[in-house]
Design a protein around this ligand. Structure first.
Ligand SMILES: [Zn+2]
Length: 433
């Protein structure tokens, strides 16, 4: 099924690309007839909407009859039987990873696959994400594949391969010995999944290097070695990787260079350290306590829960990973009550791109207590806010024409988002209706 879908795309894609090449100096106009529109910002859908797209942007959104009158020369894309939404955004992905439920699966990729081979799979993953309706990704580190995410981003931007808009974090950082691969044999120098960083000077240097090589975001690993405190504590704890001085140096240097910072933080100790350092986003955040949620809410720090991966690795990893999803679900429900900004991120790559549609994350958020509309906003307008991209995440005049459509009502059945029937990015149709 998956193979067929992938094979069928190149023909459709080349045909639509050819059909949509605008004449020089004259961007093509497309009138989209939307049966219903969920625009990513409003609390209710609007019936029978016209969306006029000119070139790569949306020009007009309004009542169909009205917009139709203004756009007689436009080519029509008829989505009158469908529900149109903004393109979906996943704020935690790994294009260069093909699932790493166990240490063996991770080491196999870093030791047996060249960066070139991994980048080819990354290009395939970019296409899968776009087919699934994800028109933008924040790719949160290459796991040893250096700056290959920036290369995939460039190939997409140059229209060499189909893919979402990519916001790349490049290599990420952890101190020496605190991230795989660490070998028991001291005679072997094995590849590292991150850039090893020790001390404040190296921290600043690493940020400067990564930004120089194209990093849009800086990511570091705040913690490791997760464990639950004995009852009555029962808090998910962790060992903190960087000293406060090192973590603050990373964040300060990134902010000085106009980059935001994402911290991997699973246990409460790692989350607390990341919040002290002033990061912009907490990744995973399974061990969020009420007091840490209060800090995140007060400071407007985003939480990217990556529920899909937590559930995917719980059984194969065993041990502490087993009870982590239940702890995270509790924290998620408290976060909703406290008004923490929860943004959709899946950690796809931590589970195979070819196995699970990353849009499954929406389903978990609804199961955990979000309304379907809240879940949709977490993966559209709120995700664009996290990215600092005011032209993404909503269907409104002036925004990039990144759109998807589904056949059923996602406000009644959120799993509709796992079956998108139409994908447009920047005014180009990648999946025709
Ligand atoms: Zn990740």
């Amino acid at each position: 099924m998956r193979r067929l879908a992938i094979l069928s795309v190149p023909l459709a894609l080349s045909a639509t690309l050819a059909a949509q090449t605008p004449r020089p100096g004259q961007p093509e106009a497309i009138l989209i007839k939307a049966g219903r529109l969920i625009d990513g910002r409003s609390d209710a859908p609007q019936p029978s909407v016209g969306i006029l797209v000119e070139g790569e942007r949306i020009k007009t959104v309004g009542a169909l009859a009205q917009v139709q009158g203004q756009s007689k020369a436009a080519r029509v894309v008829d989505l009158s039987q469908l529900v149109v939404l903004p393109g979906l955004i996943d704020t935690h992905t790994h294009l260069l990873l093909q699932g790493d439920p166990t240490a063996e699966s991770y080491e196999q990729q870093l030791l047996q696959q060249s960066t070139a081979y991994r980048a080819i799979l990354g290009a395939r993953n970019a296409r899968i994400a776009l087919e699934h309706g994800f028109t933008a990704l924040r790719d949160l580190e290459t796991e040893g594949a250096m700056y290959a995410d920036v290369d995939i981003k460039r190939a997409v931007a140059n229209a060499e391969i189909p893919g979402p808009r990519i916001f790349a974090a490049t290599r990420a950082m952890a101190p020496t010995g605190m991230y795989p691969i660490v070998s028991a044999n001291w005679e072997l120098e094995l590849p590292h999944g991150v850039q090893p960083v020790d001390g404040v000077d190296q921290a600043r240097l690493a940020v400067r290097e990564q930004v120089a090589h194209g990093a849009d975001w800086i990511k570091y690993y705040s913690d490791r070695r997760y464990y639950f405190g004995p009852p009555p504590d029962s808090v998910l704890h962790s060992w903190v990787n960087f000293t406060d001085e090192e973590a603050k140096a990373i964040v300060d240097e990134a902010h000085r260079l106009g980059r935001r910072v994402a911290a991997h933080a699973i246990g409460s100790d790692g989350i607390a350290a990341a919040l002290r350092a002033g990061v912009n986003t907490i990744e995973h955040g399974d061990g969020f306590t009420d007091s840490l949620l209060d800090v995140a809410a007060a400071r407007g720090v985003y939480w990217v829960p990556t529920v899909t991966v937590a559930l995917y690795v719980a059984a194969p990893r065993g041990g502490v990973w087993g009870p982590i999803p239940a702890a995270q679900k509790r924290a998620f429900q408290h976060a909703l009550k406290k008004g923490v900004k929860i943004v959709l991120g899946t950690d796809v790559g931590g589970f195979p791109w070819t196995e699970v549609n990353q849009a499954k994350e929406f389903e978990y958020y609804v199961q955990y207590g979000m309304t379907p509309m809240q879940a949709i906003k977490s993966g559209t307008s709120l995700a664009a806010e996290l990215l600092g991209q005011p032209d993404l995440g909503a269907v409104a005049p002036g925004m990039y024409a990144d759109l998807v459509a589904v056949s059923g009502d996602p406000l009644k059945d959120i799993t509709e988002l796992e079956r998108v029937k139409f994908v447009m990015k920047g005014g180009v149709v990648y999946l025709p209706p």
